[in-house]
Design a protein around this ligand. Sequence first.
Ligand code: FES
Length: 113
Amino acid sequence: MSGNAMTLEGAIYLCEAGDVPNGEGKRVMIDGFNPIGVFNLEGELHAIDDTCTHGDASLCDGEVDLDFGMVACPFHQGCFDLRTGEAVTSPCVLPVKVHPITIVDGKVYLKGQ
Ligand code: FES
């Protein structure tokens, strides 16, 4: 085992970093968690709860705005900041949860939380 074992303690595998194209999101289902969306902002990956806080929409089906680092919900186009989870445009008000991740050897892990 490599030195990564310490880093990965308590971490949960989400997906391959290369499976998330720039400007898109990948929905990941993990037992015990709400669906998680892993998004690629110019090579920087971010993980948030995938379900919109305004309704039952998958944010991974929405459009990513690379300039502003946001995703627009496909239902009513409310936007969330992919770095902070903040709801930035109406009708969304409540933030989505942000999940801390780590990337080791091209694999994306949810950090132990
Ligand atoms: S369900 Fe997402 S903005 Fe309405």
